[in-house]
Ligand binder design. Sequence first.
Ligand SMILES: [Zn+2]
Length: 504
Amino acid sequence: MLILKLFRFLANTFLIICLFGCTTSNISVNETDLPKTQNMLQPTITASVLPTATSTNQPTPTNELGLLQNDNLNSFISYQIRINYDYSKQSASVSQSIKYKNILENPILEVLLACDPLRIDNVFRITSTLVNGISKEVEIGEYWLKIPLESPLEKDQEITIELDYELLLPQIPAPAGDQKPVIFGYTTLQSNFVDWYPMIVPRGEDGQWILHKPWFYGEYLVYPLANYEIDLTISNAPVNLIVAASDLPIESTNLSFVFNTSQTRNFVWSVSPSYQFSQAEVEGITVTSYYFPFHKNAGEQVLTDTINAIKLYSDLFTNYRGKNLTVVEADFLDGMEFDGFYFLSKGFYNLFDGTPKGYLTTIAVHETAHQWWYSQIANDQALEPWLDEALCTYSEYLYYEFTYPELKDWWWSYRVDFYKPEGKINASIYDYRGFLPYRDATYLRGAKFLQQLRDQMGDEKFFSFLKSYSQINQNKISTSKSFWDVLSKSTNDPFTDLKSEYFN
Ligand SMILES: [Zn+2]
């Protein structure tokens, strides 16, 4: 009985790993062994359940792609954030100062910030807003803050916004088949701070703020580059509390840390009294793998794969941009990338069989590839999710091809062909009718498209194209248009058949 119960628990656990987030592995468990509630795991989201594409709550959205090409346009953002985190209460008092310079011709009449914690009730409470030292009313939306300005912010003018707010971390809910896993919040094992602060969103060249609405699956935020000075003090915590952050601290005493990170997409951190870690340096980059007790072997496999992947992708694409990569075992059923940081679900650690032939390695290198396709070469994750997810999924294959060539065929059959994927790959997250159609198209068919592109171009031209595309879009927000533009410089082939097979 116990064994059966354990099996069912494991089966439930593994089937729903990553159904909604970044990594999308879907471990095959015989559905007849599962209790009925698992039917919820299938793509039950129907058109009638989905909100309409334009919501009145959504401020100044834009679908204008191609306007984001030069992320340097958005790089005049710096954050100074002082955070006092009370571990025993899972609450934090935050003072955040943002310096922002308008470098576009279009004047700014109101500043728009994404504020993801607002999506959960009673988590985010703003106590003070100052603009250039003067107190202001802020408009609070479902997932954003809007600050009207006294007078237009003209080109080359700078503004300072100071926000004081309280965060009460939500408890991360138990996994449910019809819910995207929650990352921000705490469990008995860890507390995670992701998208935890109000973030200035990028602007298109027409001056529009670019903020899409959250969705049932996939990612919705577009991250401009920014500089971060973070001053973190933790109180009422166990002495053995470990902090895992997206950068290494420049100062640390007891439970106080100072971080200073420039030109990064976000700043993320996680704490746990249970973390153990293994660390190594590769080509000047510190890689740390944090894991829970009993997962040392898996945690070290993750470290090895991450290091090998950094070396490979640095050769194939562009140099790794930062000096740090932090990997954290996640106490939720998903993997998720951030700049300099990724989570990897405990489900993969539980499944680890001592070999790279499994999801632990597959997803570790997928998330590592996001340090290129997401961090360095960003994209609009809501409108063009294929740009990072197809490339990250294909990067998994490249890892096996170059590191464990005997597993190449296994990867195609286990990761892609098993699901018989269908669908055009270049739709927005809002266009797919459920998670599985989204995954099958953007991730799995995305990888097939890249393989066919490679077969058609030949290895030399294909890898030279990947390098050019990476270098041209480094530190920018890329677009499909840029992908095809760079490709057209690498070859005269119009790829008519490929386009009609894979693209709308
Ligand atoms: Zn991904």
